[in-house]
Every structure is written in structure tokens, then in C-alpha cells.
Design a protein around this ligand. Structure first.
Ligand code: AMP
Length: 142
């Protein structure tokens, strides 16, 4: 299975936030959309960073509630790992597991085309394994 199959199913919509937005606004977005990370982008197309709930929690621990008045650009990760539509589910699962993050923006020709989360990866991997299992059971009982 390829990333394009997952994006076709879930859609290419991505929640983005400008780097100058406050961390308080970011927390509002995470809650409103019930997501764990937001791509940082001024124009909604080119990626400047990624910021997840983990970044907020880490900085809350260091700075306390004052972090809510800082900007997203202050706490985001600027070196973003991405994937392409042609990448496989297995490659993506491997990257997330070994790099230890749960979100991968999908990029085509430098432009943002979606986000894959660890939840998407696990769901499609389980579906794949269940299909294989049912196929094998059907074969055994035929
Ligand atoms: P996550 O597991 O996605 O909540 O993120 C854990 C940490 O990795 C946070 O510091 C994020 O800013 C960072 N992070 C998340 N996704 C990516 C990514 N695709 N590339 C680089 N860093 C990321």
C-alpha cells in the first residue's frame, strides 16, 4: 500500500498554523481539530516546521504557563521529515518508529499534500494483516 492510497481515503486537508501565532492559539487548534500536531506554514503550502503536543508539554515543563504567550516558531521543529505519495506504508511506519515521531507531512514538488499520522499507519496495517489472515483462513478451509 502506498501513501497516495491513504491520502485518497482520508483527504489531503492539513491543519496549518503561521509561525507567528501564539502557543495559546496552537493549543486551541489542537483541541478544536482533535489532532496531535500541526504543520507550520505561512502560506499553507510550503512547510516551515512542525509542532506537536509534545513540544507544548516539554516547554510547559521548562517554562510554565508563560509558554502560552510565546510563538509557535519558538517551540516548533524546523527540520521536518516528510514523505511522498509513492512511499509505501512499510517505509513510513519504519521512519516513524525509528525517528520517534507520530506525524509525517506528505510533500509533492515542495508543496504540502497531506499528513499521515501513526494512527493512519496502524489502522491500514491492521486492515492489511486482517485481509491476509482472512485470505489464508479461506485458503485453509476451502
Ligand atoms: P510527535 O510524536 O509527532 O508528537 O512529535 C514528537 C517530536 O517530533 C516533536 O518535537 C515534534 O515537533 C517532532 N516531529 C513530529 N513530526 C515530525 C516530523 N515529521 N519531522 C520532524 N520532527 C517531527
Amino acid at each position: 500500500m502506498r501513501i497516495e492510497d491513504i491520502i485518497r481515503g482520508k483527504g489531503a486537508g492539513v491543519v496549518t498554523v503561521e509561525p507567528g501565532a501564539s502557543v495559546e492559539q496552537l493549543v486551541g487548534l489542537l483541541g478544536e481539530h482533535r489532532i496531535g500536531a500541526v504543520v507550520v506554514s505561512t502560506d499553507g503550502v510550503h512547510i516551515e516546521g512542525i509542532v506537536s503536543e509534545r513540544d507544548v508539554v516539554r516547554e510547559l515543563g521548562k517554562q510554565g504557563a508563560e509558554v502560552l504567550q510565546r510563538t509557535v516558531g519558538d517551540i516548533m521543529t524546523a527540520n521536518v521529515h516528510t514523505c511522498g505519495l509513492e512511499d509505501t506504508l512499510e517505509e513510513t511506519a519504519h521512519t516513524m518508529t525509528y525517528q520517534r515521531f507520530r506525524h509525517l507531512p506528505v510533500v509533492v514538488d515542495g508543496e504540502l499534500r497531506g499528513v499521515i499520522s501513526i494512527g493512519d499507519v496502524v489502522k491500514h496495517r491492521i486492515d492489511q494483516l486482517m485481509d491476509e489472515r482472512n485470505h489464508l483462513l479461506g485458503y485453509l478451509h476451502a
